[in-house]
Design a protein around this ligand. Structure first.
Ligand code: PHB
Length: 386
């Protein structure tokens, strides 16, 4: 009798269409190898921590993460996304360590009506590529505008921008330049460094020759230490030129190893491991306990919040994993993140969060971005402008 019941239940489960089965598969595509591997490692660790803390079952669905390494190569991201959608029948895709990787996958996910939770890539236009994209990362116009506003208010009238020559860098250049101008200052030279194997030295020399009051920099997470090293090697730290940046440069993953050259660097970003909230203190201690020797950076928090977004949406749909239903449920969600309060803008599906102005300081023998001013609940200025 019992055996027959089990058999009947097994047959019934086999007959169910994929959507009615009790597992929700999430395809997590990250650069686990290659130049952006710190982004992959940070996000993967945070996703694992989130599931360890919150359980692997939501609204009756077992959550199954399928992790794939794209090594930061867009063609690979696209191929992996295709496989995850067609063969593994994932209900959502997540990750996307760099802008080109998200851009390459967007048309595919739109066609399949599969939500794409963007946990790292930060060019403003990404969310406009397809109505199934929702972002828990940041958008570069946010820290760039915040930094320019601070610079203008603090007497910086002339600056040179130095950015990586692709989507997020160009966003940073545009919005820093525009906001500094609005505040009465001027960008006198706009320098763009290649994304692959950058040599910052000639660009830093040109920045020094222009003799601005400040150099404003953006490089993607993972390249900040190399930039800081070359800045010091060229003696710019002693030239009287102020170095200001987006928080991607003074990234918590590398910051402590950058040395005294970055002490006092003012920068703008949505997350610091030193953010003084109870939620963040609990997050940092759980993360470091689970990953000895590693400090969570902004990418870790963007990934952790991506899971919060999926869990909250699935709870709201009562376990319905239909892509359209999930994205509808994600619009307008808000919660307290380790970064502070955050929300998904229901109009743009993009992140709204605090931007903090921070200064690199030594705290208990380690370097941290210490927050000293807040621009609350900032939308993407590039979208607000439309
Ligand atoms: C991006 O490629 O969009 C990107 C990557 C790393 C960052 C910021 C933006 O720190």
């Amino acid at each position: 009798m019992i055996r027959r019941t089990i058999l009947a239940a097994t047959l019934a489960a086999l007959a169910l269409p994929a959507s009615a089965q009790q597992t929700m598969k999430i395809g997590l595509i990250l650069p686990m190898t290659g130049p952006s591997q710190s982004t992959g490692k940070q996000i993967d660790a945070a996703v694992k921590l989130y599931i360890a803390q919150h359980g692997d079952t939501v609204a009756g669905r077992k959550i199954e993460i399928i992790l794939r390494d794209d090594a930061g190569v867009a063609d690979t991201t696209k191929r992996l996304a295709q496989e995850l959608i067609v063969r593994d029948k994932v209900a959502a895709l997540a990750g996307f360590g760099l802008t080109p990787l998200a851009m390459a996958t967007a048309p595919l996910a739109a066609q399949a009506k599969v939500p794409m939770v963007v946990m790292a890539a930060a060019t403003s236009i990404i969310t406009a590529q397809n109505p199934y994209i929702v972002r828990t990362a940041q958008v570069l116009p946010q820290p760039a505008a915040a930094m320019a506003q601070w610079a203008a208010e603090n007497g910086i009238k002339s600056a040179v921008t130095l950015v990586t020559d692709y989507g997020p860098g160009l966003d940073a250049e545009t919005w820093f330049t525009r906001k500094l101008k609005e505040g009465g200052g001027e960008v006198t030279a706009s320098l763009r460094v290649p994304l692959a194997s950058p040599d910052f030295a000639p660009f830093l020399q040109r920045a020094a020759d222009a003799k601005p009051q400040a150099v404003f920099a953006f490089v993607p997470s993972g390249q900040g230490a190399a930039l800081a090293k070359q800045f010091a090697e060229r003696g710019l730290d002693k030239s009287g030129i102020r170095f200001i940046a987006t928080g991607d440069v003074t990234d918590d993953d590398q910051l402590n190893g950058m040395g005294d050259v970055v002490l006092g660097v003012v920068n703008a970003g949505p997350y610091s491991a030193a953010h003084p909230s109870a939620v963040n203190k609990a997050f940092v201690s759980a993360f470091t306990a689970a990953n000895p020797g590693m400090r969570p950076n902004f990418m870790a928090v963007f990934g952790y919040d991506g899971m919060e977004l999926i869990y909250k949406a699935l709870t709201k749909t009562e376990g319905n994993t239909d892509g359209t239903a999930l994205v509808e449920a994600m619009k307008g969600l808000s919660w307290e993140s380790p970064r502070g309060p955050m929300m998904i803008d229901p109009e743009t599906r993009d992140v709204v969060h605090n931007l903090y102005i921070r200064k690199v300081e030594r705290v208990d023998g380690e370097l941290y971005n210490v927050e000293f001013a807040t621009i609350p609940m900032m939308k993407d200025p590039a979208k607000a402008a439309k």
